[in-house]
Design a protein around this ligand. Structure first.
Ligand SMILES: [Zn+2]
Length: 100
């Protein structure tokens, strides 16, 4: 399970690197993210460290956004992490992790 998640993450990151970081829409995206910046916030690395727990809590029906508000805040404004979270949720659901 852990290996599968790591493979998935590497695959997502590789996909992300193919995008040129200097396209105008990227700069617009960054500008919007800066506008949405809060004083206390998690980096993508912080979120990656907690994403497994966060996703598993969501699958258990817990209020993950209450447990980790800063993770939720980051997912709301970071499309890359949100994409990774959604991919993780799909894998967890498909593997039946919620049933165990
Ligand atoms: Zn992020």
């Amino acid at each position: 399970m852990r290996n599968l998640l790591e493979r998935l993450r590497r695959w997502i990151r590789r996909d992300g690197q193919r995008r040129s970081p200097l396209r105008p829409e990227f700069i617009g995206k960054v500008a919007r993210q800066i506008e949405a910046t809060h004083e206390i916030e998690y980096s993508c690395d912080d979120v990656h460290r907690l994403l497994d727990q966060f996703a598993e809590a969501v699958l258990r029906g817990e209020n993950a956004a209450n447990l980790w508000p800063l993770v939720q805040q980051h997912l709301d404004m970071c499309p890359d992490c949100r994409e990774e979270f959604e991919a993780l949720m799909r894998v967890l659901r498909a593997s039946g992790a919620a049933a165990s």
